[in-house]
Every structure is written in C-alpha cells, then in structure tokens.
Design a protein around this ligand. Sequence first.
Ligand code: ZN
Length: 156
Amino acid sequence: MSELRDLYQTVILDHYKKPRNYGPLPDANGHAEGVNPLCGDHIAVHVRLSEGAEGKLEDVRFEGSGCAISKASGSLMTQIVKGKSPQQIEEIFQHFHQLVTGDPAAPEAGELGKLEVLSGVREFPARVKCATLAWHALRAALEGRREPVSTEAAEV
Ligand code: ZN
C-alpha cells in the first residue's frame, strides 16, 4: 500500500504546484468564496452555468491561497465537475465527502477516479475541512449564495 500512498502524494503535490483551471473566469455568472479559519485556507470559485432547467457547468476556475490539500482538492474538483449538471455535482460531492470522512457508505474504489488520491485525508480529521473547502465554495456558487462560506459555520 505504501507505493499507492506515494503515488497519491505525488499527484497531490503536482496539483498543488501546478493547479489546473486556476485563475479568474472572465465570463463567469457565479462566484463564491470559502474560508477555513482553522488552517488559513481561502478559496474562490468561479462558475459559468448554462441557462435553462438542464443547466450544465460549462466552465469553472478557482483561485486562492492555502495548504497543499486545499489547493490540490480544488484543482482535482475543477477537472471532475466540468460539463456536469448541479445535481450530478451534488452526488459526486456526497460521495467524495464519504470518502474523506471514512464513511462506510463510501463508494467502491474507482468510482471517484482521481479524487481518490485524497482518500488518505480520512486518517487526519482536521484536514477534511481543507479537502472539502473548494466543494463548499462551488456549491455556494451554483446556488447563487453571496456570503462567503466558512467551514466553521453551523451548516458545514
Ligand atoms: Zn488546509
């Protein structure tokens, strides 16, 4: 298993150093910020959602400052959610949350693809907030919420 862990570590560091879909999104129609005061992570997510009931996330970018886990998670998230509907994204988030919290209901290995590199977080409960921060910001952006989301707020 240690080889697998090394591989996961390499992927996380790669996404931390070279985050994908990073920066502002000029034609975005939604934005939200997320803060994790416990670690000092601060992430902004920009989305462009297509119009209509069958709306899809046409494009997504993120930016901010934070630890390796929070940035790598944001980078991996943007890759997996692009082109998906808000409902599909919510489903992926629920499964990802189960994965990083070590919930026995977590999906089978393979279902979450690259997001599984973050599965080691379940051994470090304090880092779960780092791993889910970008996701909370994304959900707020998709719902059109204006207030920054904090991992220390009651709802999170
Ligand atoms: Zn962090």
